[in-house]
Design a protein around this ligand. Structure first.
Ligand code: HEM
Length: 166
């Protein structure tokens, strides 16, 4: 939100109109706040906690769409996709909103939590508590850059650090 204050500005009137200013959002409000889900989806897409997923290896020889894959091959599921998401490094929740203001069918949760049988068992827990954290912060806070002694904004560039969860 520090880097994309315009997004924050767009969310707050939407929350106020659905929830009001005297109470906190609840899960009953979720269906009426598609833009917040778009912020959640864009958060998952933009900075996934593991942009290469978790590595897997084949336990036997296999063939997939015509490719022979020997036993012991290493697989990484790359979740960043510049072709599917133009300006992929920019945070743009509108990617997930259609012309009618509804959510599209494109949900990054379908790939940032891994795939099929070995996918993340915490998917729904994570989805719920990250949504709750996002909507509560947007409903209660104005997030902005820190300023130095001269009143000049201290800018920063977000970066990943090494480790499983950067
Ligand atoms: C935004 C939050 C989260 C993300 C993006 C995430 C993502 C992932 C990914 C990519 C994997 C590897 C799946 C694969 O092998 O293909 C994984 C595995 C796993 N996750 Fe999560 N996860 C999140 C939150 C959680 C939470 C909240 C829990 C538990 C409550 C959890 C528990 C696990 C466990 C136990 C595995 C290992 C499953 C296995 O291979 O047996 N995760 N997660």
């Amino acid at each position: 939100m520090v880097l994309y204050p315009d997004v924050q500005k767009r969310t707050q009137p939407k929350i106020d109109s659905v929830v009001g200013k005297d109470q906190l959002p609840t899960f009953e409000d979720r269906a009426s706040l598609p833009y917040i889900d778009a912020v959640l989806r864009e958060t998952f897409r933009w900075q996934p906690i593991s942009c290469l997923g978790i590595p897997h290896a084949t336990s036997s020889d296999d063939t997939y769409v015509g490719y022979f894959i020997p036993k012991g091959s290493l697989f990484l599921g790359i979740t960043w996709n510049e072709k599917r998401y133009p300006n992929a490094s920019r945070f743009i929740p509108e990617r997930f909103i259609d012309v009618h203001g509804a959510l599209t069918n494109d949900d990054p949760a379908q790939y940032i939590f891994g795939f099929d049988r070995r996918g993340c068992p915490g998917w729904y827990t994570a989805d719920t508590f990250v949504w709750s954290a996002i909507v509560t912060m947007l409903a209660t806070l104005d997030i902005s850059s820190v300023k130095d002694d001269q009143g000049i904004v201290i800018s920063f560039t977000p970066t990943f650090i090494t480790g499983l969860v950067g």
